[in-house]
Write a protein that binds this ligand. Structure first.
Ligand code: 13P
Length: 346
């Protein structure tokens, strides 16, 4: 069988020992993260922060790709280089979050769908011209009393499949992200059940829409106990439930599964990723596509001050390296303790 033209981008994103940096927070989301640190939510601060992330020296040793928000695709460094260009020149593949905000699913209180299909073909063309090689669309599934409903799962699965088909048509690798939220007091078993049902529906929709499974990536959460569940599952249990759930729902034709961090602490996310990857028994490549678990320490260190850029880059590089070790099952407490390297400034 001839390889699909998008498979080389897939292979670059799944390079051994590397993962994806999700830096695609929408304006309200990055605004919230900045507000928690008293950083003004200005366009200049967002630009400076993302320049800091992307220009971190040695980042490409553990980061294969970065997901950008629309605004970032047309921003430039202080020296006039485009931010996607900064990534490309360092061998990191740029991608773009192409979904819009989530909106309430009519008639289904507490449930949401994701918008963004309007004008999508035109936006995809623009992102490709700007150097983008992949895209992402996130759907959210909440667990609660009577939630999620089959209607909500089905509507989101269909939207994800429509997005993925459009993305492949435009020559961009889709990252299909159905996120089952950690919020709530549900058990690990309930998370496994809901994640399984969601993934089965999403895969069926993708196949129904003739999405080429070999030319996409699946982005999912780990199977975890709900944040407020009194019985928090241990790392080994999380790894076993996550792998069992994925094996039951995701065909081996999907080349890679990349994990979001979803609100776990950065160290917990790395430990669990390591446990999942250490089993070495998966038919797909497994890696990370973390937002908060890669960025939290860096953003906190930066705090909006130019004087903190080098230290913030060191914090980002440390987390990227720890996660790069975790995907090889080689992360350890010693690696964590080694701490941020010095001298990471551009
Ligand atoms: P988190 O790792 O912070 O969950 O972000 C990943 C992401 O891309 C969410 O869409």
């Amino acid at each position: 069988m001839t390889a699909h033209p998008l498979e080389s981008t897939v292979a670059a994103l799944l390079a051994p020992g590397k993962g994806i940096l999700a830096a695609d927070e929408s304006l309200p989301t990055i605004g919230k993260r900045f507000a928690a640190l008293n950083i003004a939510p200005t366009e200049e601060n967002r630009r400076a922060y993302r320049e800091l992330l992307f220009s971190t020296r040695h980042l490409n040793e553990s980061i294969s790709g970065a997901i950008l928000f629309d605004e970032t695709t047309s921003q430039r460094t202080g020296l006039g280089e485009s931010l996607p260009g900064v990534l490309i020149s360092r061998g990191i593949v740029p991608g773009v979050k192409v979904d819009g905000a989530t909106i309430a699913l009519a008639n289904f209180p507490g449930e949401k769908i994701t918008r963004g299909l309007d004008g999508l073909p035109e936006r995809l063309l623009r992102y490709r011209e700007l150097g983008g090689r992949f895209t992402k669309w996130r759907a959210v599934i909440a667990i609660g009393d009577g939630l999620p409903t089959a209607t909500c799962i089905g509507a989101n699965a269909r939207l994800l499949a429509l997005f993925a088909a459009r993305s492949q048509e435009a020559g961009l690798v889709p990252i299909v992200e159905p996120e089952v939220l950690m919020d709530g007091n549900h058990t690990l078993a309930r998370c496994e059940e809901v994640t399984g049902l969601t993934l089965q529906a999403v895969l069926a929709a993708l196949i129904g829409h003739r999405v080429v499974l070999e030319a996409m990536l699946l982005k999912t959460g780990m199977v975890l106990s709900g944040k407020e569940c009194p019985q928090q599952a241990g790392t080994k249990e999380v790894a076993a439930a996550t792998l069992r759930c994925l094996r039951r729902a995701v065909p081996a034709a999907v080349p890679g599964v990349v994990f979001l961090s979803g609100g776990q602490s950065d160290v917990a996310a790395t430990e669990r990723l390591n446990a999942i990857c250490a089993t070495g028994a998966a038919p797909w490549k497994l890696t990370f596509s973390f937002g908060r678990a890669l960025q939290d320490a860096a953003m906190k260190t930066w705090h909006g001050a130019p004087a903190n850029v080098a230290a913030a880059q060191a914090a980002l590089l440390h987390r990227a390296r720890c996660n790069g070790l975790a995907v090889q099952g080689k992360y350890s407490a010693e690696a964590e303790r080694a701490g941020p390297p010095s001298g990471t400034a551009k």
